[in-house]
Design a protein around this ligand. Structure first.
Ligand SMILES: O=P(O)(O)OC[C@H]1O[C@H](O)[C@H](O)[C@@H](O)[C@@H]1O
Length: 552
């Protein structure tokens, strides 16, 4: 990010030469055969050095990398000044240049360890205290609804970063959930979402959490107004709103304007990006579901990974290693996507969450200096939990024409060791087998040997697996809540490192603005056909069709 394009660095050119010379010859089976130490050379164990114990093994050996490739990738990270920019982030410098903001999600889980000068960083513990007090009041039943009943349902209304993190983490940490407190999440402006949720709620026992950094997001404010109207239809008196609505936001004026008292507002700061905000007040629904103590453990798990990222040499730095290997596929092998494949049902929203985390951060085509890049930036993130994905899209991953980097993730211990852990052993046998199949494939000779001499050539060919598919496995160990914190932080920092190397600003999201502006304009024209002006013929035709065919 030193004003250069990534492709200007000498190491980038060296990587291109390495790719040109080796990519058509590289076969994982041969690499493993040539080097019995390959697994230990290319895997790293993570043991947290602060807070609760988290251990994790990240096996990078089944990637299409050699020692010279990895060395050169790390040279690239050095030339791009990854360490310098990492230190700037932790110091609170305004590395989000387009918005002139610091990027300090690490301050939200810091517990006074790193010194951070930015204003607001010293207020974090007061907000955590507020969250703790409130969480305990609701969970203990001390907080009552307007008719004196205990709260038994919470509804988080938010979208994007104010929804996906709480959704993903409350699912991930379900084993710790208070089972008699139902949690719902409403994000979509489609009235179906709020309507179906309200059907499950009782106004006397429901708490609405309006989560919006800006408190101006159309979906969230509209859904919140609908929820307030629904509530007041029963409660009648506006004074009761205070018992049933709280806000998570940076915008006090808009929150109080909505009718939520400042004492029921949980603050955060403009240096918390929406997609990095689950650690802030935005995590209130998480704390309500799993309890404040467990929420704090989640933060501490992430802090351990922050410390690792900040203090570990690049050669052993997990987010850096995952970032540069991802870049190797993205920019040299031409891979377009990264599949996140957690073999853990509790992590079934992991890919959805990092779709925003990664794609909104690194989906940019100009550098911080406004230069157009001449290489690929952020990958398309997708995935599903194993083994469901195996019965759906793995065929293409194994035998399709695309090279798809895959991150396999699994916990060593199950929260549900039912049937003497039979399920977990079957799950993990798939977790081990799929990357093995991807890495080593099956040759034509092997297929022929299996099928015998009478098999047709077409059948033989259809059963061949190429030997150059790739995978890497971060494996999180239990206990889950701290591991989940560390796992999320691992990916957050991976995204950061890639953004630095590509020279882009990973912390703004200018690309989502245009659609919002156009929708606002169209909304004002939807009533009458003669109002529909200023569009291309396709947009005009679509709106006219809707106007003609709608049934109110
Ligand atoms: O929290 P809010 O201000 O309501 O924003 C919610 C979301 O809005 C937009 O879609 C932004 O691109 C996201 O980054 C953000 O998470």
């Amino acid at each position: 990010m030193s004003g250069k394009l990534a492709s200007d660095y000498p190491s980038w050119k060296k990587l291109q030469q390495l790719y040109d010379a080796e990519h058509s010859k590289i076969v994982l089976k041969d690499l493993f055969a040539q080097d019995p130490q390959r697994f230990s050379k290319f895997s790293r164990e993570y043991n947290s050095t602060s807070g609760p114990d988290v251990t994790m093994l990240v096996d990078l050996s089944k990637n299409l990398i050699t020692e010279p490739v990895l060395e050169t990738l790390l040279e690239l990270a050095r030339e791009a000044k990854v360490e310098e920019y990492r230190d700037k982030m932790f110091a609170g410098e305004h590395i989000n240049t387009s918005e002139d903001r610091a990027v300090l999600h690490v301050a939200l889980r810091n517990f006074n360890d790193f010194k951070i000068a930015e204003s607001g960083a010293d207020e974090v513990s007061a907000v955590l205290d507020h969250m703790k007090e409130f969480t305990e009041a609701v969970r203990s039943g001390a907080w009552k609804g307007y008719t004196g009943k205990t709260i038994n349902t919470i509804v988080n209304i938010g979208i994007g970063g104010s929804d996906l993190g709480p959704v993903m983490v409350t699912e991930a940490l379900k084993p710790y959930a208070k089972r008699d407190l139902a949690a719902h999440f409403v994000s979509n402006i489609d009235g179906t979402h709020i309507a179906e949720t309200l059907r499950l709620c009782d106004p006397e026992t429901t708490l609405f959490i309006i989560a919006s950094k800006t408190f101006t997001t159309q979906e969230t404010i509209t859904n919140a107004e609908t929820a307030r109207g629904w509530f007041l239809a029963s409660a009648k008196d506006k004074a009761h709103v205070a018992k049933h609505f709280v806000a998570l936001s940076t915008n006090t004026k808009a929150v109080t304007g909505f009718g939520i008292h400042e004492s029921n507002m949980f603050q955060f700061w403009d240096w918390v990006g929406g997609r990095y905000s689950l650690w802030s007040a935005i995590g209130l629904s998480i704390a309500l579901v799993i309890g404040y103590e467990n929420f704090e453990q989640l933060l501490k798990g992430a802090h351990g990974m922050d410390k690792h990222f900040k203090e570990t040499p690049l050669e052993d730095n997990l987010p850096v290693l995952m970032a540069v290997i991802g870049l190797w596929y993205n920019d040299f092998y031409g891979s377009q996507t990264l599949a996140l494949l957690p073999y853990d049902q509790y992590l079934h929203k992991f890919a959805d969450y990092f779709q925003q985390g990664d794609m909104e951060s690194n989906g940019k085509f100009v550098t911080k200096n406004g230069q157009r890049v001449n290489y690929q930036t952020g990958p398309i993130i997708w995935g599903a939990s194993g083994t469901n994905g195996q019965h759906s899209f793995y065929q293409l991953v194994h035998q399709g024409t695309k090279l798809i980097p895959t991150d396999f993730i699994a916990p060593t211990t199950s929260h549900n060791p039912i049937e003497h852990s039979k399920h977990h052993r079957i799950l993990l046998s798939n977790f081990f087998a799929q990357p093995e199949a991807l890495a080593f494939g099956k040759t034509e000779e092997e297929v022929k040997r299996e099928l015998g001499p009478n098999a047709s050539e077409a059948l033989v060919k259809s059963k061949v697996f190429q030997k150059r598919k790739v995978s890497r496995h971060p494996r999180a160990y239990s206990p889950l809540f701290v591991s989940v914190g560390a796992l999320i932080a691992l990916y957050e920092h991976k995204i950061f490192v890639q953004g630095v190397i590509w020279g882009i600003n990973s912390f703004d999201q200018m690309g989502v603005e245009l659609g919002k502006v156009l929708a606002k304009n169209i909304l004002a024209q939807l009533e009458k056909p003669e109002d529909v002006k200023g569009h291309d013929s396709s947009t005009t035709g679509l709106i006219h069709y809707y106007q003609k065919n709608r049934k109110e």
